[in-house]
Design a protein around this ligand. Sequence first.
Ligand SMILES: C[S@@+](CC[C@H](N)C(=O)[O-])C[C@H]1O[C@@H](n2cnc3c(N)ncnc32)[C@H](O)[C@@H]1O
Length: 239
Amino acid sequence: MTTQNGRCVICGKALSEDNPGIPILGWARDLVGTDGIAHYLCISRLANETGYARGATPWSIGRPHPALVDLVERRVLTPCRVFEPGPGHGDNALYLASHGFDVTAADISPTAISILRARAVSLGVSLNVIQAEVIYGLDSLADQFDVVFERSFLQTLPPQMRPRYVQRIVSLLRDEGQYVGIIRGPRYPPPNTQPYAFSRQDLTNLFERHLTILEITPTVSGHGENELSFWLTRARPKR
Ligand SMILES: C[S@@+](CC[C@H](N)C(=O)[O-])C[C@H]1O[C@@H](n2cnc3c(N)ncnc32)[C@H](O)[C@@H]1O
């Protein structure tokens, strides 16, 4: 593996504590076509944009996730202000927006954002779609949301980025707000590469300092066949 003397193999600038380097692994290595260490921000932007531009998006299921639909149909979630990090093609954001939720969704990939905006127009659905990085950006959206909903976003984050993400969730939520995540469960092998997989204990360890866990319930990936194990996780910020 090349580290280029502590420099990012994508932008060539020095790695730093504030903008840390992570190994390019798994699907990201295949899309970016290089090995080594890159800034988290560089790898996330380049790998995701390349994936959407090439139509290489194996995570997309083309419909809202059944666990989200179930929460809405059982009225566990009722129309409110929702933020979705990493909506991709927007299956879940569009579903929520078409069911009366006031949705803001932010993705790092310009192509994903264009696809989502075009789908919203063709479906006649209104939502706020922004191209932005979620972990470092978005300070201006603090305290605005009743729900932070994600599917398969946490699984893209290497371990060192996850505490920042939990802080971001807490900062986006209003006092009585809740986090709802559909998160990749354990799989073997390969261990410890993107997309990362989580055990129930991994999720408890990650969230319990800042959030009170309401449920971590087994669910499916949503693809319909060759289903992988996922977790439906709901939690409220500790204030
Ligand atoms: C695995 S995909 C899941 C997409 C969508 N939620 C779904 O279920 O189909 C992860 C998404 O997060 C976006 N993403 C990854 N890192 C990001 C970041 N730091 N900030 C904003 N978006 C990011 C990617 O561009 C991609 O659309």
